[in-house]
Design a binder for this molecule. Structure first.
Ligand code: BG6
Length: 481
């Protein structure tokens, strides 16, 4: 039986907007995540259209009498229940726990000078609770939940002013938790700025006919904010470790035709490496700049920006990995990811949302990333969503989840044996929480069942699943059984 290497911190991962709820309590402002509605008629085949955030949908979200339900306003009540929830995580013997701080609890609109003390107090307590239980906090500074005000008044990340607002927010956290938090993730899944422009960059999908182009400018500002906060952070505490975070949309060539292989290589450049290259090599790659230019985009990067990016790269390679896809010349038989469509792979099974399960892909990816950047890896998200009914509130026998996690962890260990340096693995997610992409509860990732339906109804009782006990044993013995 394999043991997972002791260099790897084992833990779990959530985000504030998918779990906390209490969206307007104790001075909190409205975030863009809370404006995503649950749509029961959601046609899974048309998920990418349904997700688009238009002027009309924004008006509806701001309408107090809206007929729609906005699940992220309620989350799973983690805000009120955090002590009990952390106790469950502590009982599971997790080494670390990753969550985000809701920007809107600290700066409700985003442009205030003085932070909201009540918001900070919540995170003081949360972080203290983790430390009391010997759990290392891994903090994401911005996880798809910027203040709506910054979108409304400043136009989101396409406006360079956002960099200052972000620095002021992030610096508040770095100073406050300088002796308590070591691992920081400035932005969740930074490539979402291009694939999911509302969540990643605070852009409306219908605000420009070339929204991808606009998002590339917005992303540049995000890169600058990322580098700036690393620079500021190292002055505050030189031991801070800053991680990148990219959603790794791994794809393979569908056949051995060199043209398909070339297409797949180019796909991976733009889906994965274009982001990590800036974050870890400190400069845009030529292939990316050339492609942008062919779109008519010239970033006109100043020398000052170039130096900033070069001198302030991330310390570890953080990423999420859920699935893989294939690239064919014809690009037929597309299946769903939560960010982009990918091709079907006949060798792999998929879950009900069309996510193709590929543990070996994780090992391939880890080797590729480590070979390219030679920096330690941190798997910040990995997990799988299933529909689970539990009317009698009993322990669910989720052997399918255990099998997903086990097969992925085995590949993590194999990658370590290949020579890859890996410092952490935080599975997504300890509890069932509101889905990022579809804002539903039915897509359950948790090791712990939460009695709540898509409309927020239920007792919110937490009931550990079989996988909870499996993960606990893994954390205690490090044996991958
Ligand atoms: C990642 C996000 O993209 O995937 C998480 O960082 C998200 O916030 C996770 O929950 C799973 O995606 P989804 O859409 O199934 O919740």
């Amino acid at each position: 039986m394999k043991k997972i290497d002791k260099s790897i911190m084992l833990g779990t991962s959530i985000s504030a907007n998918q779990a906390e709820g209490s969206w307007n309590i104790n001075g909190k402002g409205l975030s863009i995540a809370e404006m995503r509605r649950f749509n029961p008629a959601l046609d899974q085949k048309d998920i990418n259209t349904e997700r688009k955030m238009t002027k009309e949908k924004i008006e509806e979200a701001l309408n107090k009498n809206s007929k729609y339900f906005y699940p992220k306003k309620e989350g799973i009540d983690f805000y009120k229940n955090y002590k009990e929830d952390i106790k469950l995580i502590a009982d599971m013997k997790n080494d670390c726990f990753r969550t985000s701080i809701a920007w809107t609890r600290i700066f409700p609109n985003g442009d205030e000078i003085i932070p909201n003390e009540e918001g900070l107090k919540f995170y003081d307590n949360l972080i203290d609770e983790l430390l009391k239980n010997n759990i290392e906090p891994i903090i994401t500074i911005s996880h798809y939940e910027m203040p709506y005000y910054l979108v409304d008044k400043f136009g989101g990340w396409k406006n360079r002013k956002l960099i200052d607002f972000y620095i002021s927010y992030a610096k508040t956290l770095l100073l406050r938790y300088k002796d308590k938090v070591k691992y920081w993730i400035p932005f969740n899944e930074l490539n979402a700025a291009n694939y999911s422009v509302w969540a990643g960059a605070g852009l409306r999908d219908d605000e420009h006919e070339n929204i991808l182009g606009l998002s590339i400018y917005a992303l540049h500002n995000i890169f600058i904010a990322n580098a700036s906060i690393i620079k500021e952070g190292k002055k505050i505490n030189s031991n801070f470790k800053f991680g990148s975070m990219v959603a790794t949309l791994l794809s393979y060539a569908d056949d051995s035709n060199p043209l398909t292989v070339l297409k797949a290589d180019k796909d991976q450049q733009m889906k994965i490496y274009a982001y990590f290259d800036v974050l870890h090599r400190g400069a845009y790659a030529n292939y990316a700049l050339k492609l942008y230019k062919s779109f008519g985009i010239d970033l006109n990067i100043t020398n000052e920006d170039k130096i900033l990016l070069k001198e302030n790269t991330c310390d570890f390679i953080g990423f999420s990995y859920y699935m893989s896809g294939v690239i064919s010349l014809a690009n037929e038989s597309l299946t769903e990811g939560n960010l982009v469509k990918v091709g079907k792979n006949k060798h792999l099974e998929e879950n009900e949302w069309g996510w193709q399960i590929d543990p070996v892909g994780l090992r391939i990816l880890m080797n590729r990333l480590y070979d390219r950047y030679q920096q330690p890896l941190f798997i910040l998200e990995n997990g799988v969503g299933f529909k689970e009914e539990n009317p009698n509130l009993v322990m669910i026998n989720d052997d399918y989840r255990i099998s997903y996690l086990k097969s992925h962890l085995e590949q993590v260990q194999k990658a370590v044996e290949d020579g890859v340096e890996c410092i952490g693995y935080t599975m997504w997610s300890p509890f069932d929480i509101v889905s990022h992409g579809t804002s539903e509860m039915s897509k359950r990732y948790g090791l712990i069942y939460v009695d709540q339906d898509d409309y927020g109804k239920g007792t919110k009782k937490r009931i550990p699943k079989k996988s909870y006990y499996w993960y606990k044993e893994l954390c205690e013995t490090r044996e991958i059984k």
